[in-house]
Design a protein around this ligand. Structure first.
Ligand code: ZN
Length: 391
């Protein structure tokens, strides 16, 4: 390892420790972390733009390094983390600890490690004569449905020279991922009528109607499994749909007047999930709800979208991918978990890949860690990106 690499690695580890120390669980404000990054970048005379949420308690951060008159490269990461409430953390989740070449702490893999490497690369980027700019993008509320990044993506899509490519630094062990499923998360509330269970035929049983709707959802999911559409690059090569939670009823001898369930569809990037949901809704309305309302007008189904984010398509054939083609060994496939890549691509028209340090296997669980060697690999990747962007 060269001296420069060594000092960059130390800097990245130091920054990561600071980022982890901000408890940016999605329900909390991320402004402490954002202010830290602003101050850090200000040392290098880099201006930042913040995009606040409606409460003013959370913000996206955008910082551009290099010329403004050419399309640049986005380096994107989310600042929020999932809660660290699991039992069995060996060391405090928000106090990063090193053991056996690994850095433990909430967010070390998902995905403050990437942000730390990007920030540790800044001292080099500002010294380079960049012909192509880098846009550092840090978002909020990714872990609760990719809710935050949109305002920043909309802004980037409208600048005079929108970015040519986005690198989303989710933990892929630095493998390049060229596709990601999209997701719709839905809540359904079924209203029936309550009464003594001995008069069951006189009442509208919300749980039973819910279960019939759930069976329809399950049937459609099975159609995906047998009839596709398929994309063999995904481990599960088709869209999936399932009921995820359910609750209802008040007592063992009362006809349930309420049942609530949630379901999700994780869809292939080009599979029109919105119309799948519309079709299910129509079927439920025309059959089950019509039947319910014929018995009691105030009963029925209510549908609510909790959130959705789009899938990310394969951009490796696109011209913009050429910028990174010669610095990556291979493209490793597609993932079924969510990332902001789909929003950059579908909402911002910015082709995207996912590539970052650490493993998704360590994310969202106790004793989350990133290997120091992964940070090192990420720094090497960012260095090559920087060199590639030099005039
Ligand atoms: Zn993540």
């Amino acid at each position: 390892m060269t001296q420069t690499n060594m000092s960059r690695l130390h800097l990245a580890i130091d920054i990561l420790g600071k980022l982890v120390a901000f408890d940016t669980t999605s329900k909390n404000s991320n402004l402490g972390l954002i202010r830290y990054v602003q101050d850090y970048l200000a040392q290098y005379d880099i201006e930042t733009t913040l995009f606040y949420d409606e409460t003013g308690e959370k913000a996206n951060l955008l910082a551009t390094i290099g010329p403004k008159d050419v399309p640049g490269i986005v380096l994107s990461g989310h600042t929020d983390v999932v809660p660290a409430l699991e039992k069995g953390w060996i060391s405090p989740a928000f106090d990063m600890t090193e053991r056996d070449g690994k850095l433990f702490g909430r967010g070390t893999a998902d995905m403050k490690g990437f942000a730390a490497c990007v920030l540790a690369t800044v001292p080099d980027l500002v010294k380079q004569d960049l012909a192509i700019p880098f846009h550092i993008c840090l978002s909020y509320d990714e872990e609760v449905g990719c809710l935050g990044v949109g305002s920043m993506v909309d802004h980037l899509a409208k600048i005079d020279h929108p970015p040519r490519l986005a690198v989303i630094g989710e933990p892929t062990e630095m493998k390049v991922i060229n596709g990601q499923k999209g997701k719709y998360s839905m809540r359904v509330t079924v209203t029936g009528t309550a009464g003594h269970s001995s008069f069951a035929p006189h009442h509208v049983n919300a749980i039973e109607y819910a279960s019939r709707a759930i069976a329809m959802i399950s049937d459609v999911a099975r159609e995906f499994e047998t009839n596709g559409p398929f994309d063999p690059d995904f481990t599960v090569p088709h869209s999936t749909m399932l009921t995820t939670t359910i609750s209802g009823g008040t007592a063992t001898n009362v006809t349930p007047d309420c049942c609530e369930f949630t379901f999700e569809i994780r869809h292939l990037p080009d599979h029109d999930a919105a119309s799948v949901i519309e079709q299910i809704k129509t079927r439920v309305t025309e059959t089950l709800e019509t039947e319910m309302k014929a018995r009691e007008a105030d009963t029925g189904f209510e549908w609510e979208e909790i959130f959705h984010y789009p899938g990310m398509g394969d951009c490796t054939g696109a011209e913009s991918f050429a910028f990174v083609r010669n610095i990556i060994d291979e493209v490793s496939g597609k993932v079924s978990y969510g990332s902001e890549g789909g929003i950059f691509e579908k909402q911002g028209n910015i082709p995207s890949i996912i590539c970052g340090p650490g493993s998704i296997a360590q994310a969202h669980k106790r004793n989350e860690f990133v290997e120091i060697s992964q940070l090192d690999e990420c720094l090497a990747f960012l260095k090559k990106l920087g060199d590639q962007a030099v005039a």
